[in-house]
Write a protein that binds this ligand. Structure first.
Ligand SMILES: [Zn+2]
Length: 68
């Protein structure tokens, strides 16, 4: 399941997908387990942007060394 959203890192529309379990574990350390379940990631190669489905301002970039 993917959905097209504006990515602030790519500065254009890109397909987003739900985060993987490994990504969710990392995100949960940042925002808590409950909120991490609602995160989506930009699928543009090399892009590390993740965000809650509807809330771009609460998104952030995953660490490149782990998820790049
Ligand atoms: Zn992106």
């Amino acid at each position: 399941m993917v959905d097209e959203k504006h990515c602030p890192t790519c500065r254009q529309l890109h397909l987003f997908r739900r985060v993987t379990p490994a990504e969710e574990v990392h995100i949960a350390r940042e925002v808590g387990v409950a909120e991490a379940r609602g995160f989506w990631r930009c699928t543009n190669p090399g892009c590390l942007w993740v965000q809650p489905y509807h809330v771009q301002k609460r998104g952030f970039e995953l660490p490149k060394e782990t998820f790049g």
